[in-house]
Design a protein around this ligand. Sequence first.
Ligand code: ZN
Length: 443
Amino acid sequence: MKGAQSDVFHSDIGVLIGDPVSSTFWDLFFADFKLHPDPDDVLLLNVAMSHLEHADDMAVVSYTADGLQRHLTTFVRWCGNNMLEANASKSWIMVFGPLPKSLPTFLLNDLTIGYTDCFCYVGVTFESTAKNIFASHYTAKASAVSRAGHSVLGIEAYIGDLPPKEGRLLYMACIDPHLVSGADIIIDVDDKSLAHLEKVQHAFLCHLLGLGAYSMCAPLFTELGLVPLCYRRLILALRYLGYLINLAATHYAKAALEDSYQLYLKGCQGDWMDLVYALQNLWFPVTLPALPELTPEKYTALTKEVHIVAMRHLDAEMLHDRLEPLEDEPPKKMTAFLRHYLVLVVNTKHRKALTRLLVSQHRLAVERMCYKQQVIVPREDRLCRFGCNHIEMVEHALFFCSQAGEELLQYCNAYTTAMQTTDPRIATVALWNATNVLRSLIF
Ligand SMILES: [Zn+2]
């Protein structure tokens, strides 16, 4: 090229590597690598899938030990002819399915390859001895979420409490990618594994909203405008399905999809069966159409349906008849939305108190005394701490408690009067309309 350089161009696609060109050159170099067809090859709808590559990360697969050794020998020979050296110390053998009584020895360049039951390939951790081969992926990602969460919250040492809007932004950038890692191919059929991710997710969101660790889950999503993890991951899996159904029949991924569907028809496990199971086990069951009937229109409707179920699920547990103030349009019902008070109330203590009030996590007796020594206390017995013989609920504490002290009462009256002057829609407080007045003070 005599030192000539091309024009500057943007390169924003490719694998996660320093420069995408290196992996492209490697792909070109490796393009003529082929393994001989073998009777023990794994078939996906009659297409032999003996090896997978992601740049120079390679997986060789076979149904039998002899078949795998034949492929390894061919691979070593190809490397020798192309000035490469296969490294046994960086290679591992995994056995999926029942283990043989004695493990066979595999050689690469005359060196023995070790066995492992857990390995991360292309960012996905596989475990060969667990019932769920992705079980370790969930725990690895839960650890990553925990580390990322602590890193994000570490900023509070410098700025004080992280505001919800900015916290949500950092959550989507640094934590959500770990939570949805592999969601397109790993269908959540194991609640125990998913719970690892949900636990660390809830801990972060509770901290962001200033709620206790045992807060209800639904408000974490309704107040921050997020979709619960099981639905979010399933929607991503369905989006990937949408990509697959549009592929040409010659594409390997399409062959894998067809193969998975054929397995399902025979009653065997696979991705399709997992997807059917996951959809059927939603809060409201959703039916997956048969693969030949899954047109792009049906696929789009299916994805929307899952989102609707997610919102209905949250609706069932959220504050009813609540209208969200919006900037450019009249207030309307929004199931999951970054709430106005989380942005507008800048005083951290006030914002957290308001959040706790809205999600019933406040310290008033009506909630705090729900249980005493693990026994439910009747509502009428959760009385005001100042001894005024009324249930200590928000309305009572804010508007009616006569024993709380003159000063506090004056503050409450002054606040309500000021609000009524600002907004004439706020009525004079009486016992019969206290809940509505409280609601109109907030929304
Ligand atoms: Zn009272």
